[in-house]
Write a protein that binds this ligand. Structure first.
Ligand code: BYC
Length: 317
């Protein structure tokens, strides 16, 4: 590194330490830019792939009210994906490149969306647990050091809290219903509990990116801190529903002031992250199909925009 680059890095770190927001045109270390492209695009892809398990239940929602709410939630997720792609584009990568990275498997998306949604109760569990975990992470990200990402997160968090409440309300209704409905709710919790804890990423001592990301205030809390916060918040909610969290080691620790919980199956986590989860292939196939079938729409939109621009130019001339 040259002396000039060292000075620039020091000035950059000083700005971060003063809690200044970094904007798109500001100087930033190449690794900061790359880390953001990686994280924001993973986040955007998660929103877009995350529409698939729920989209599958829109036609089977048990009432008009449930259908409308689920439809709105899935639509919000498309919007979140678009804000996030736009935030990533401010860092000098194109939408097409981002899409290509998802389709080729180069870019990751959240492991959670590689599990199937088998029953209506899964719509409750996803809203309650998956959106609950997402919010825990995203509230932290409203204060992340990169301005365009932080600002996108503010709006996203407002919408996510509705998503979480609609999920919990589904669970509450099922738990107050018949024995079979309660059984469905318990089964959904059993299947989604551990994958939800995995959403926060590997343990801190096995997370290659955490140390630098905390230093740059990309992450204000570590994976393990957020996971603990999620367990502490969610266990009383499960108790209120009258459901059992599927972890025999789960126990309130008076001394720590937190719940102790059992070991996560990290082999399963890495299998899913590396593309070998129950639905990885199905999810990517669905995205590639949608991309290919939508080509004519994109072409038409570009042609329309070009025509509009040339008409404006003619008028100005
Ligand atoms: N799944 O060093 P680490 C939502 C990867 S919610 C897959 O700790 P980092 C939604 C990680 O990318 C979900 N991969 O990484 C909710 C890294 O690999 P690379 C989206 C994972 O980035 C409801 C490697 O493991 N939320 O969208 O410091 C409905 C080592 O990890 C996972 C976000 O994306 C995982 N669970 O921390 C619809 C939030 N965990 O890239 C939609 C933004 C880790 O080095 N993202 N990996 O090869 C983050 O906050 C951080 O990226 C993470 C990971 C906490 C997830």
């Amino acid at each position: 590194m040259t002396q000039k680059e060292i000075n620039l890095e020091e000035q950059f770190q000083a700005r971060i330490d003063r809690d200044e927001s970094i904007e798109a045109k500001d100087w930033m270390p190449e690794k900061y830019r790359k880390t953001h492209i990686r994280q924001i695009s993973q986040h955007a892809h998660s929103e877009i792939v995350g529409m698939l398990p729920e989209g599958n239940w829109i036609t089977r929602a048990p009432s008009l009210r449930r259908k409308v709410a689920l439809l709105a939630k899935v639509q919000d997720e498309a919007g979140h994906g678009l804000y996030l792609y736009s935030a990533a584009e401010t860092l000098g990568i194109t939408r097409d490149e981002l899409t290509e990275q998802l389709h080729s498997g180069k870019a990751k998306y959240s492991s959670i969306f590689n599990y199937p949604a088998l029953t209506w109760a899964d719509m409750g569990a996803i809203g309650w647990l998956v959106d609950g975990a997402a919010i825990m992470n995203q509230v932290m990200l409203t204060r992340t050091s990169y301005g365009p990402y932080a600002r996108a997160m503010v709006r996203i968090c407002k919408e996510e809290s509705f998503h979480q409440r609609q999920g919990y309300e589904i669970m509450l209704t099922l738990c107050k219903g018949t024995a079979l409905q309660k059984e469905l709710a318990q089964d959904a919790l059993n299947r989604f509990w551990w994958p939800s804890l995995m959403m926060f990423g590997p343990k801190d001592d096995e997370s290659p990116n955490t140390e630098q990301s905390v230093k740059w205030k990309i992450k204000r809390k570590t994976n393990d801190e957020l996971r603990q916060q999620f367990v502490d918040q969610t266990v009383p909610q499960a108790e209120f529903l009258g459901l059992t969290v599927p972890d025999p080691a789960l126990k309130w620790n008076e001394e720590r002031g937190h719940y102790d919980f059992g070991d996560i199956d990290w082999d399963e986590f890495w299998q899913v992250v590396k593309g070998h989860g129950p639905c990885n292939k199905e999810r990517i196939d669905a995205r590639v199909k949608a991309w290919e079938e939508g080509e004519w729409v994109r072409d038409a939109a570009v042609t329309h925009a070009e025509k509009k621009d040339s008409r404006t130019e003619q008028k100005v001339a």
